[in-house]
Design a protein around this ligand. Structure first.
Ligand SMILES: [Zn+2]
Length: 271
């Protein structure tokens, strides 16, 4: 009986010691992970726990991707953990599935677009509209046509649109291609949907004008906002027709580094 008791005590001690060692090992592993990611310039201490837990489920990602994606909020499902957009009336205002605009937000300086290259009653923020006109004129000079099919949309307009899509396709499918009200970039007055006046805008990528836009739009401050192979970052299906004005400097960086506006903000504008 005494022997059994001793064996039992020794076993319990061994179990406790091995448990402690395991814990020590884990702390060391997580500590060294944090030590490495803290060297990145976009590292944010307040997300330490989220970086660790995102890394556990994405061990194949680079440390840089872990930090940027957690900064964006991608460790949480879309439309959760949402906050109101911080950069109202700035060219780099971010609207995505974690960052929304107040329902009463109407951008300053909206102006009516010239009927020669847009549909009726299309409005855009003045700085973006001036640059858009220059882009249109230069495209025409090069022999390419672009036409504006949609620009600023109010909160209420987007609400009607989204509700209509949900009725047709259901919420899950509608979420992949249409923004919920407040979460639409069109409410910023800084983006446009474009076609070439011939093909349906959803097939814009098949047009010659698309190739011109892909090569040149950043020179006028416009980026392709929902690119191919970035769906997991933007939360949207690829949209070859949707362009967002961010100003020339940011557009150039985004274009040259093949990133999205979400990543740019998570890297340089978040702290
Ligand atoms: Zn659009």
């Amino acid at each position: 009986m005494k022997k059994i008791l001793i064996v039992l005590i020794i076993t319990i001690c061994l179990l406790i010691i091995s448990g402690c060692l395991k814990k020590d090992k884990q702390i060391t592993y997580e500590d060294s992970f944090i030590k490495e990611v803290s060297k990145l310039k976009y590292y944010n201490k307040k997300y330490n726990k989220r970086y660790i837990s995102y890394y556990h489920s994405h061990t194949d990602y680079s440390y840089e991707d872990i930090v940027i994606q957690v900064n964006i909020g991608l460790d949480k499902p879309f439309y959760t953990n949402t906050t109101v957009s911080k950069f109202l009336n700035k060219n780099y205002i971010l609207v995505n599935k974690y960052t929304y605009l107040p329902s009463n937000y109407v951008p300053n300086d909206l102006i009516l677009l010239d009927r020669s290259y847009s549909r009726d009653n299309m409005y855009l923020v003045k700085e973006a509209a001036i640059s858009l006109k220059k882009m249109y004129t230069d495209a025409i000079k090069d022999g390419y046509k672009i036409r504006i099919m949609s620009s600023y949309r109010s909160y209420d307009y987007q609400k009607d649109l989204y509700d209509k899509y949900v009725k047709i396709d259901g919420k899950e499918e509608a979420d992949a291609y249409s923004a919920r009200p407040g979460f639409s970039e069109h409410q910023t007055g800084l983006c446009v949907d474009i076609d070439d006046g011939v093909i349906n805008y959803q097939l814009f990528e098949k047009s010659r004008s698309y190739l011109w836009m892909k090569k040149n739009s950043y020179k006028y401050g416009f980026i392709e906002r929902y690119p191919k192979n970035k769906e997991n970052i933007t939360g949207y299906s690829y949209e070859s027709w949707h362009y967002r004005y961010v100003g020339k400097e940011i557009a150039k960086y985004i274009h040259q580094n093949n990133i999205t506006l979400d990543e740019y903000v998570a890297m340089f504008l978040q702290k």
